[in-house]
Write a protein that binds this ligand. Structure first.
Ligand code: GDL
Length: 687
């Protein structure tokens, strides 16, 4: 769908995260930056601002009104369009005219403060309508669209009016974007002057492709405005993102109505996020300088994330050097007066010299950015550190045995290099914590402290291995950090960390070990036409596993997969990705009936406790464990709904993948039976 928009391209920042909103001073600072870097919009939507979401009906008091007025005029002074948003979805009754009036009253008040652009957001809310709304509207989408159109007209069709749908990304669209009745209703009924926000394939999208935008534009009947969560960190207090804006080709720009980044909750660490977004927006305007040399990673001829990052960090370094507080570090070499009017203390001969901070460097900032890069990617140095630690760990045998080989020398040399990298992190921490600009430092402090501790532990672990030989296997001083009674900083993560470590899926999302998952999967009920595809998956997977035992031919799972035995009603699901069917999960609730015909080795007492059977298979391209977990959870709940007491699965000893899967789930337990052939394992779950 061509973008026929005549309005200007919206670019800038949405303050749309959960948690502490930015201060008025920070927002004003933001407008200055936006103006300087060529961005033109700010969307006011702080989730935890009372009067934006929870108490959206309440008007602003005089003091708040003064502050908002000042903010709106600051935006105007800096040529930034201030868009005021309300998120009424927590409790609005769409069908009640008083609610519409309340919305209009609130928008009118803000209009009175000088604001010209508005927005209604329906993200992160329940999809169920209350009985009154169900009577008045055929669907949730109709309810939202009706109220939005009313407000938009009431406000005199402002040039900028943004609507955030509840299904604001492909992953939320059921069954998918092109067939989503919610998105079709929005696209067809929302007045054409209203722009629609969209976060891409996921809430936090790794890549946003031109094709995906063309698809959604077709359904929405307009080019969307991207609400980009690539730098948002409100979902995890241990993360902050200071890598460059990335993985969105500049060819997107003509296909969009705009782009707004919803960045880190902490204001100051957003320098890179916003600076690089501005560079990206400008690169699109260049029209393409095709003669730029590109590395393999830099596929976009107009925009290089690495160069954009370098530019941002160079500018950011200057900000770090500005003293922002009275009493901050001295700018000049002049001696300071003390309170008593005396000259500052000057150490005498043989006394301690005064502390002087080493200045922060561009390399420090580069390292900082690489350690806190992007949600789906660490920077090169961080990747090397992880890789080296992994290598040192997996080859530790060469130092913990007494035989010295060539590998031992390599191990020690790599251990030393790892130690040097850890030291660079500590030095970066030291220089950063001595930087004159305390505001930036305080926003970063928890994160740099955390990484310093994390790196410190890894360093101590490597040192313990190094010391193993030299101390005859007793470990050295660094072992203190790793002993049985460590200080609290010797075990990271608090209670939440404890929970995470106890889960079987811990480490599944390890960005270093596994490539990032970007595939969108859909799970849907099985239909008879799927039979052929299921048979194919089954036989492909059988071929994959060499040494298949003939006993399998007498497994009930086999009969289910090849279609000799139909799955029980509501107990069959299939998994699809963009290439087609890639997995299935089938259930049969009356195994006793089938056992006589299809299989001989299941004893009656087991079938008493576990009357149902499940079988699941996935093609090897499905490396993300999430869809399999979901399919099993959903299948088990359908089986439970039939009144079944338990379910079991039949696995072969050499089907390591499925064995591993069920073991990691944790809820299935192996069932011992003397009648069982050696190569077969039965695992069961009580429901
Ligand atoms: C969301 C929320 C946003 C939040 C972000 C990241 C949208 C439209 N809404 O789903 O407020 O900051 O995730 O956690 O993105």
């Amino acid at each position: 769908m061509p973008n026929t928009r005549t309005k200007r391209f919206i670019s800038g920042v949405v303050e749309g995260f959960y948690g502490r909103p930015w201060t008025m001073e920070q927002r004003t600072d933001l407008f200055k930056r936006e103006q300087k870097w060529g961005l033109n919009t700010y969307l006011y939507a702080p989730k935890d601002d009372y009067k934006h979401r929870m108490y959206w009906r309440d008007l602003y008091c005089d003091k708040e009104a003064e502050q908002l007025k000042a903010l709106i005029s600051a935006a105007q002074r800096h040529n930034v369009e201030f868009v005021y948003a309300i998120s009424p979805g927590l409790d609005i009754t769409f069908s009640n005219p008083k609610e519409v009036a309340a919305l209009q009253r609130k928008f009118d008040q803000v209009k009175g403060f000088g604001c010209r652009s508005f927005s209604l957001l329906f993200d992160d809310i329940e999809r169920d309508m209350c009985p009154a709304d169900k009577q008045a509207f055929s669907t949730f989408a109709h309810a939202q669209v009706t109220i939005t159109n009313q407000v938009y007209l009431h406000l005199g069709e402002p040039e900028i009016f943004l609507f955030c749908p509840t299904d604001y990304c492909a992953a939320f669209s059921t069954p998918n974007v092109s067939q989503s009745s919610y998105l079709h209703t929005v696209g067809e009924n929302l007045l054409p002057g209203v722009d629609i926000l969209w976060t891409g394939p996921k809430v936090v999208s790794h890549h946003i492709t031109v094709e995906s935008i063309e698809e959604v534009s077709c359904v929405l009947k307009r080019a969307p405005v991207i609400w980009d969560n690539i730098h948002a960190n409100d979902y995890d207090p241990q993360r902050v993102y200071m890598g460059p804006f990335k993985d969105r080709p500049t060819e997107l720009i003509p296909k969009l109505s705009g782009i707004l980044t919803n960045p880190n909750c902490e204001f100051y660490p957003n320098f890179v996020a916003i600076h690089t977004l501005a560079t990206w927006c400008k690169s699109g305007a260049d029209g393409g300088q095709r003669d730029i040399e590109m590395s393999e990673e830099e596929q976009d001829p107009n925009y290089s994330p690495q160069k954009a990052l370098r530019m941002a960090l160079t500018d950011w370094l200057q900000e770090f050097l500005i003293t922002d507080q009275p009493g901050g570090p001295r700018q000049t070499d002049e001696p300071m007066q003390t309170d008593g009017g005396e000259l500052a203390y000057v150490p005498g001969p043989g006394e301690n010299p005064l502390f002087t901070a080493e200045p922060l460097t561009l390399d420090d900032l580069n390292l900082l950015s690489e350690l806190f890069y992007l949600p789906y990617e660490y920077g090169p140095t961080a990747r090397t550190m992880l890789h080296e630690l992994d290598w040192l760990k997996s080859h530790r045998g060469v130092v913990t045995t007494a035989t010295v080989t060539d590998k031992t020398a390599e191990w020690h040399s790599r251990a030393q290099q790892f130690d040097n990298m850890c030291e660079a992190v500590v030095q970066m921490f030291n220089r950063l914590s001595n930087a004159p600009n305390r505001r930036i430092l305080y926003d970063l402090y928890d994160y740099i402290c955390d990484i310093k501790s994390g790196v410190g532990l890894a360093r101590a672990y490597v040192k313990t291995m190094v010391c193993f030989l030299s101390t005859g296997g007793r470990g050295g001083p660094s072992a203190q950090l790793m002993n049985d009674d460590p200080e609290p900083w010797g075990f990271r993560g608090g209670l939440s960390g404890e929970f995470q470590r106890m889960l079987p899926c811990h480490g599944n999302r390890d960005l270093f070990r596994h490539p990032p998952m970007t595939t969108v999967y859909s799970i849907r009920p099985y239909c008879p036409e799927d039979k052929v595809d299921i048979q194919k998956i089954f036989s492909d997977m059988r071929r994959e596993e060499e040494g298949t035992m003939t006993t399998q031919d007498s497994l009930i799972s086999y009969s289910l997969a090849v279609g000799d035995l139909p799955p029980s009603p509501q107990c069959a699901l299939v998994l699809e990705d963009e290439l087609g069917l890639c997995g299935y999960a089938l259930g049969f609730t009356e195994v006793k009936l089938a056992a006589a015909k299809f299989q001989r080795f299941l004893c009656d007492s087991v079938l008493e406790d576990f009357p149902s059977l499940i079988t699941m298979q996935l093609l090897p391209r499905v490396i993300d464990p999430t869809p399999a977990n979901r399919m099993i959870a959903s299948l088990l709940s359908s089986i439970k709904a039939t009144g079944s007491k338990g379910a079991f699965c039949e696995l072969r000893q050499n089907d390591c993948r499925m064995l591993d899967f069920y073991n990691k789930l944790g809820s299935f337990k192996a069932i011992k039976m003397s009648t069982l052939p050696q190569e077969i394992i039965i695992m069961g779950i009580s429901l």
